[in-house]
Design a protein around this ligand. Sequence first.
Ligand code: SAM
Length: 185
Amino acid sequence: MKAIIPYSHQLLQEVIKPGDVAIDATCGNGNDALLLSKLVAENGRVFAFDIQQQAITRSREMLEQQNIKNVDLILDGHEHVQKYVHDTAVAGAIFNLGYLPKGDHSIVTTSDTTIEAIREISALLKKGGRIILVIYHGHPGGAEEKDNVLHFCQELNQKHYQVLQYQFINQVNQPPFIVAIEKLI
Ligand code: SAM
């Protein structure tokens, strides 16, 4: 069985191909943006969002060191994704919910904006495209976001989306889990 982060990457690798458009909805330190950049390759494009200047600066430095040129780093909330992404054939998107590792733990994702962003990105997905949510919920406010996001995903029309939950159920300390949304039509 794959651990959570490797499995989230596998779910992206299965659907994102060279030339595609992909979204990192919570850029943080840029690790997922780097993966997406490699998957879409030089002819593809990655849009990476974060509300913290610190996250954008760290990610910019890391991506520049690796000579990555196909990532647009956007200092704005993912709930405004449709202001920046006009392509309606997005192959994949990833959210890591929670706080910035090695950053300010009081700045966290919240259910209202997370759900709004999922709604907006799902409208941009191409058939077969996926939104991967890695749900960290051990921090203050995390349980409420988890419950609201799960409820939203459970209500998605099964004719339009299939939704997977991937979770280890015998681990201690509120471990993260995955919700993956795949567009069917
Ligand atoms: N994927 C990142 C990585 O590889 O380092 C980790 C992301 S971290 C768990 C969550 C990030 O979401 C934080 O950097 C936080 O600033 C950001 N965030 C919080 N609310 C946001 C919003 N509305 N739009 C975009 N990013 C947001």
